[in-house]
Design a protein around this ligand. Sequence first.
Ligand code: RB5
Length: 149
Amino acid sequence: MKIGIGNDHVALEYKLRLKEYIEEKYDIEVIDYGTSSTKRFDYPISAQRVSQAVINHEVDRGILICGTGVGMGIAANKYPGIRCVTCSEPYSAKLSREHNNSNVLSFGSRVVGIEVAKMIIDEWIQAEYEGGRHQKRLDMLESHNLSKL
Ligand code: RB5
């Protein structure tokens, strides 16, 4: 599996620690689309790079980290085909995979402690989409279906 990771200036150090955590624990290549500087870096840029990498199948999934995870989540969900979950605990991360087939995860380096972030990532990486009754709802989210609801 390949995961694209992105960050803004706030989350640089935090991103590096989590990238290392994922690569050491899993057989996953983590491709870095974020900034490697602590100079101000606008989160929509990282969100766009990672979202497009997911849409273009350069990577299977994406992780986005800023101060709160909120800006990243708002930005990522503007791209059709992206289902980004912004969360601060592992239960929602797991269920977002099983029920919502989330393909991007965002969270905040100023909100979530690094050990909780690892738990969130573990659940999100390991959980699988269940399909079945959930697929109809995901189909309803596709932009061409929204006007028909
Ligand atoms: C940067 O100050 C901050 O706005 C950003 O990291 C993020 O929290 C936005 O949602």
